[in-house]
Design a protein around this ligand. Structure first.
Ligand code: R5P
Length: 312
């Protein structure tokens, strides 16, 4: 790719952007990302970007709409300032759970967000662990979709937990849990859950042997914490000795951290796609960094190299 590599950040996760830039031995580009007095988002790119290969790092985490708007306006500003190529780096893609209609007269929000990002002028998207891979197809531009699973699995593997069993907390996560299990050389258990209403979950049934084992629940995101805590209770009831959890995106909405803090979970491992408050460590939540992986992906995209090596 012609043009200098530049990195900019919105206000959603500047620490991650800085870490990625450090891995690439560069600094985050200078930009004003703020608000006008009337509440509208204000963007001003200070550095010259003409002809450059620009990556904008912005997970669309809470406040989702605000962070999304910052991303859209930054892309627009870069486009109008004659950047050669703009890649939206979205480590956590908000609205991903609204990827289909579950009832009549509902929007498909994840598709609308994809349209907005494209319309703003993004040439590519780099993201991680989309709630469902089908969201890639909502974009008519290239999407590189990284996975945190190998990082999380290697970390858990290094803990040498005795007699581990990897647990999918719902039917939709079986593929993810199976890849994790293969990497660790452990067995698999599957929980069937139901959601009587949005943001509540109930364990229906479990398949697989967990008695006397160390269970590791693997999920893509933790929002209310309900899925995780219900799963941990069900595992302890069925005789698991200890329960750990892993997820890529620590959203921790409402009182999720206090629920997790009071639960049977020994430790919950997440990544830094979303910034965390200090409350997370008191809930025994440990964070590992995805910055080196994103930095490598950005360098490979910039140099037009394959990203396949990052998935092994
Ligand atoms: C569901 O399909 C997802 O994979 C997660 O299990 C879910 O989003 C977690 O949400 P919560 O923490 O609110 O139960």
């Amino acid at each position: 790719m012609d043009g200098r590599l530049l990195i900019f950040s919105g206000s959603a996760n500047p620490e991650l952007a800085k870490e990625i830039a450090t891995c690439l031995r560069m600094s985050v580009g200078r930009a004003l990302v703020g608000q006008f007095k009337n509440g509208e988002t204000r963007i001003k790119i200070h550095d010259n970007v003409r002809g450059c290969d620009v990556f904008v790092i912005q997970p669309t985490c809470n406040p989702v709409d605000h962070h999304l708007m910052e991303l859209l306006l930054m892309i627009d500003a870069l486009r109008r300032a004659s950047a050669n190529r703009v890649t939206a780096v979205i480590p956590y893609y908000g609205y991903a759970k609204q990827e289909k209609k579950t009832a009549g007269r509902e929007p498909i929000s994840a598709k609308l967000v994809a349209n907005l990002i494209r319309t703003a002028g993004a040439d590519r998207v780099l993201t991680m662990d989309l709630h469902t891979p089908a969201i890639e197809g909502f974009f008519d531009i290239p999407v590189d979709h990284l996975q945190a699973g190998p990082l999380l699995a290697d970390y858990i593997h290094s803990m040498n937990l005795s007699n581990p069993v990897v647990v999918s907390p719902d039917a939709g996560g079986v593929g993810r849990a199976n890849r994790f299990r293969e990497r660790m050389g452990a067995n698999l258990a599957i929980i069937a859950k139901q959601r009587p209403e949005p943001d509540t979950s109930e364990v229906l049934e479990m398949v697989g042997e967990v008695e006397g084992k160390t269970a590791i629940i693997i999920d893509d995101m933790i929002s209310t914490g309900g899925t995780l805590v219900e799963a941990a209770e069900a595992l302890i009831e069925r005789g698991a000795n200890k329960v750990y959890a892993c997820a890529t995106h620590g959203i921790f909405s409402a009182d999720a951290l206090s629920i997790i803090g009071r639960s049977d979970l020994i430790e919950t491992l997440i990544t830094n796609t979303i910034p965390q408050s200090s409350e997370a460590s008191s809930a025994r939540v440990r964070t590992i960094s995805v910055a080196p992986l994103f930095a490598e992906a950005i360098m490979r995209i910039h140099k037009d190299l394959s990203l396949s090596a990052l998935f092994s």
